[in-house]
Design a protein around this ligand. Structure first.
Ligand code: FES
Ligand code: FES
Length: 164
């Protein structure tokens, strides 16, 4: 066993782990953060995406020890209050709700975290850039049109209430 220290959703965490532990397994099994999904385990689907120091990464392809000393944000930490239970949503979560950008919701955490990284780099990405950026996120319900609309609606301060 070895000691892992990091911040998760703003909270300092220290834990004893097996060195081979994947980040996604640590988040789900040790921390109970099951909003980080496992769709493929082979770095294809993006359901496991989290932010590491603000950058989107596939947590099924990282050892937990690779984020030692860093800050990880999961979907549970995206809403301003840290509570995405319906009382307080991040504007991008609200946009996904408003634009019907999810069906089963399995891909949604990864889509939102990936899009947050995109929006932190490009204030107003166009549709082509959004689609290219999301190439590593698969939606089995194929709801890409509304996902792109939701992301476009919050770009450059247009807000979740912007027209399609
Ligand atoms: S579970 Fe990580 S990319 Fe699919
Ligand atoms: S909404 Fe079902 S996989 Fe995307």
């Amino acid at each position: 066993m070895t000691t892992l220290s990091l911040k998760i959703n703003g909270r300092p965490v220290t834990a004893a782990i097996e060195p081979r532990t994947l980040l996604v397994d640590f988040l789900r099994d040790s921390q109970g953060l099951t909003g980080t999904h496992v769709g493929c385990d082979t770095s294809q689907c993006g359901a496991c995406i989290v932010l590491v120091d603000g950058r989107s990464m596939k947590s099924c392809s990282l050892l937990a020890l690779q984020v030692h000393g860093r800050e990880v944000t999961t979907i549970e930490g995206v809403a301003p209050s840290g509570d995405a239970g319906g009382r307080s949503l991040h504007p991008l979560q609200e946009a996904f709700r408003r634009h019907h950008a999810l069906q089963c919701g399995f891909c949604t955490p990864g889509m939102i975290l990936s899009a947050l990284d995109l929006l932190s780099r490009h204030a107003d990405p166009g549709e082509a850039l959004i689609r290219t950026w999301l190439a590593g996120n698969l939606c089995r319900c194929t709801g890409y049109i509304n996902i792109v609309r939701a992301i476009r609606s919050v770009a450059s301060g247009r807000g979740a209430d912007a027209p399609d």
